[in-house]
Design a protein around this ligand. Structure first.
Ligand SMILES: [Zn+2]
Length: 102
């Protein structure tokens, strides 16, 4: 597991999630998480969320994760016509949001 801070990479994800100016944002691929800010600003819930994505990558593999994530995002976009709703209903994101609190 690896964390990279003060990166612009996660803003790509924020765009596809329909979020234009969140306080900070993160993107996980495989066992690496890129954060837009330094570690001092990242809260417990966000850490749990991204750790869950790392477990999903370990469980399903990169190819399967990417394929399913993109497929569900596209399906959501057709269904809801909104980036934000397309993002929120992706099963990996639903699972990661559940992991934030428990
Ligand atoms: Zn997520």
């Amino acid at each position: 597991m690896r964390d990279i801070y003060h990166s612009r990479v996660p803003w790509i994800g924020a765009f596809f999630a329909g979020l234009w100016c969140p306080r900070y944002w993160a993107l996980t691929f495989g066992q690496t998480t890129w954060w837009t800010v330094g570690p001092e600003l990242i809260d417990f819930h966000a850490r749990r969320h991204e750790a869950c994505h790392q477990r999903q990558f370990a469980r399903d593999g990169r190819l399967r994760f990417l394929w399913r994530y993109a497929w569900e995002w596209l399906g959501g976009l057709f269904r809801y016509h909104r980036l934000r709703d397309a993002y929120l209903q992706i099963s990996y994101e639903v699972e990661a949001r559940k992991a934030e609190g428990d």
